[in-house]
Write a protein that binds this ligand. Structure first.
Ligand code: BEZ
Length: 175
């Protein structure tokens, strides 16, 4: 592995809606992974898949030694972060990570958006059945919360990823 870095552009790693909703310009796109993190539907959504009175549930990342999270990395110009910061303003903050780009077998420095337990919209863990039931009745300006899960599961399948948490929720929501 080699490490590559350019100063005028930054890699951002998408593990949720950034995988399939690409409403920003990018210079390069690559399937990728980050080590030590796992997806969880533990973040409340007040502005996309729910409302402030009835938040939906969307993904965040939790630290998980030994785990790998697969997704898509985009090389973007700094201006793109104004758009992404606004899009993901409901409790997410940027963190620095090392991203492994699949095809090139290269490691790059980059950023991820993570919603940690100290943000106002954080919901935290719950039994999977409870999470599915919550999602099944949630809707917001970006559409139904169920569609969010199904779109993410479809996108992960296309990447060849196996994420038991996402696929189990998908199964509960489509049974
Ligand atoms: C992502 O797809 O990487 C993402 C998910 C939630 C908030 C921000 C970014």
């Amino acid at each position: 592995m080699t490490r590559a870095a350019r100063s005028d552009t930054t890699w951002v790693f998408g593990y949720g809606s950034l995988i399939y909703k690409v409403d920003f310009p990018y210079q390069q796109k690559a399937t990728a992974s980050i080590s030590g993190w796992e997806r969880r539907f533990w973040q409340g959504s007040h502005d996309h898949r729910g409302t402030p009175c009835a938040p939906g549930r969307v993904v965040t990342l939790i630290p998980s030694p030994g785990a790998t999270c697969r997704g898509v990395a985009y090389l973007v110009e700094q201006e793109v972060f104004e758009h992404l910061d606004h899009r993901e303003k409901n409790g997410y903050e940027r963190y620095s990570v090392t991203i492994c780009l699949d095809e090139k077998e290269v490691e790059v420095d980059g950023l991820i958006y993570v919603a940690t337990e100290d943000n106002h919209a954080y919901l935290g863990p719950a039994h999977l059945e409870e999470v599915a039931s919550h999602i099944s009745r949630s809707h917001g300006p970006s559409g139904s919360n169920t569609d969010y899960v199904l779109q993410l599961a479809r996108a992960l399948r296309k990447l060849g990823d196996h994420d038991p948490h996402v696929y189990a929720l998908e199964a509960l929501l489509t049974q």
